[in-house]
Design a protein around this ligand. Structure first.
Ligand SMILES: Cc1cc2nc3c(=O)[nH]c(=O)nc-3n(C[C@H](O)[C@H](O)[C@H](O)COP(=O)(O)OP(=O)(O)OC[C@H]3O[C@@H](n4cnc5c(N)ncnc54)[C@H](O)[C@@H]3O)c2cc1C
Length: 199
């Protein structure tokens, strides 16, 4: 899976119809293996991502060279979609910046290695669909610092930290993997509608 950043600099101040479709929050248009997800910021700017399940070779072909040609290749994947949606790509002010989505297996852990530990993405990389990667990185750092300050035995501190790290990260990684499937798996968009219907 790959995310391509899109941005409309002044959504409210132009004649563009697409930003109006967002309202004041987030617009999500998803299908198996692809989607357009955009947010309106408080100052009226519109930013978001085009998501595509493509090979690394395809991603490289979009990311290198002429930005408008890159955006053309991206929008070509949305043939038949409403121009109101594809306008987020064709009218994007941003270069097609690629964000490949990688994830470690859910539930991964490792043997304690003396003197070493990991925090944040380095420890438990996951797709961004739990929306918690940055929170976890901060939390991990604070948790580890608390242990190191709280006791003089470094190995005991690292062991105590990792005892919480794995369940905490594993829980978020599981939610993220399930959401990735909900948003871009074979049942999309019905699986997304069902998610919001439940809440
Ligand atoms: C498209 C996308 C959307 C996301 N949305 C959200 C969201 O809505 N909410 C959320 O909470 N999280 C989100 N995340 C996840 C979040 O960005 C990460 O989980 C978070 O940035 C992890 O922080 P980190 O400090 O562990 O790693 P990073 O932010 O990757 O920081 C690591 C730093 O180390 C540097 N570095 C790497 N190697 C070296 C080296 N050898 N020497 C020196 N420096 C080095 C890197 O340049 C980088 O600056 C999203 C991620 C993506 C890709």
């Amino acid at each position: 899976m790959c995310f391509v950043e899109v941005a409309l600099a002044s959504g409210d101040r132009t004649r563009r119809a697409s930003p109006a479709a967002i309202g004041s929050g987030t617009l999500m248009a998803v299908a198996p293996g692809k989607g357009i997800i955009v947010h309106r910021y408080a100052d009226g700017r519109v930013r978001g991502y085009v998501a595509l399940n493509k090979s690394e070779e395809w991603m490289r072909s979009v990311g290198s060279g002429d930005p408008s040609a890159g955006l053309g290749r991206v929008v070509g994947e949305f043939d038949g979609w409403s121009p109101l949606l594809t306008a987020f790509v064709t009218e994007s002010d941003a270069e097609p910046w690629l964000r490949p989505i990688h994830a470690l297996p859910v539930g991964i852990s490792w043997e304690r290695m003396p003197g070493v530990t990991l925090v944040g993405d380095a420890a438990l990389l996951m797709s961004p669909f739990a929306g918690e990667g940055a929170n976890l990185a901060l939390y991990d750092g604070a948790d580890l610092a608390g242990e190191l300050v709280g006791q003089s035995d470094v190995e005991a501190a690292l062991t105590a930290y990792e005892a919480r790290l794995f369940p905490r990260g594993g829980d978020a990684a599981g939610r993220s993997a399930r959401n990735l499937e909900r948003f871009f798996g074979p049942e999309a968009p019905r699986s997304v509608v069902a998610l919001f219907d439940r809440s």
